[in-house]
Design a binder for this molecule. Structure first.
Ligand SMILES: [Zn+2]
Length: 254
């Protein structure tokens, strides 16, 4: 358990990162920041559906309470990328990246307000062909969440397994999803979460070539500065999990 004062101090860098990316680039690296181990959580739905990848809003709120009690401070996707890229970046003592795959509407209706209430940020990976369909985020939701400090990345256009596609189809999935999100957000999108964790060397090479800097898998593990930028491990979160700190300890191995 850490003191409230220390917790607030640790989180100030996150607030700076949200409020001014210009300042972020000029800020000095806090001592030892390069040695941080960063858990990257992956949630899907936050609501009341019954599948294994849905957590209730109450459970999600409890997870965030537990993280804060343990001194974890959420960081933005940009802050995470700067850390991996060895750029000067302020980093809280216990950083955590909270990601969401598939772009469900409940991310806006439930996860976003709960994150805001906790003063935390999340990173949302969106399937762009689903943007205008029922139960998924709309472009308006995305703009509002971005203005509220949330980060966005690609989860491709159609959610096909990238590792099983030919090069031309991979390129279409990566380029077109990036372009749609960039036109919605009015800023660069350079993170990709591979659908169902499917990728190979061809996928990674094309992702680099078309301007991505980060590729997130669904392989269990924790991230350090030396982690390969396009094979980053995450900690999947399921309905049946109990105790987020326990889950991080179990699945957040090196
Ligand atoms: Zn997915």
């Amino acid at each position: 358990m850490i003191s409230r004062r220390r917790f607030i101090k640790g989180c100030i860098s996150t607030i700076i990162a949200i409020s001014s990316s210009q300042f972020l680039l000029q800020a000095p690296t806090s001592s030892g920041a390069g040695n941080r181990k960063i858990p990257v959580l992956v949630y899907h739905r936050v609501g009341y559906t019954t599948d294994a990848l849905t957590v209730t809003p109450e459970r999600f709120s409890n997870d965030l309470d537990s993280l804060q009690e343990r001194g974890y401070c959420s960081i933005s996707l940009e802050q995470f990328q700067n850390f991996l890229d060895d750029r000067n970046v302020e980093m809280p003592e216990r950083p955590i990246l909270i990601t969401f795959d598939d772009g469900y509407l409940d991310n806006f209706e439930h996860a976003y307000p709960i994150l805001r209430k906790h003063g935390m940020v999340g990173s949302f990976f969106v399937i762009t062909d689903m943007l205008w369909t029922q139960d998924r985020l709309t472009p308006e939701n995305i703009v509002e969440m971005s203005q509220g400090g949330m980060s966005f990345g690609s989860h491709t256009v159609t959610h096909r397994d990238l590792g099983s596609l030919d090069a031309e189809s991979i390129r279409d999935e990566l380029v077109n999803s990036k372009a749609v999100l960039e036109s919605v957000l009015g800023k660069t999108v350079n993170g990709i979460a591979y659908p169902r964790g499917s990728y190979n060397d061809v996928v990674v090479n094309i992702a680099k070539e078309v301007g991505y800097v980060t590729g997130l898998t669904v392989r269990e593990g924790i991230c350090i500065k030396e982690s390969p930028d396009f094979e980053l491990r995450r900690i999947p979160i399921f309905k049946y999990d109990s105790g987020i700190i326990h889950v991080i300890a179990n699945r957040g191995h090196m």
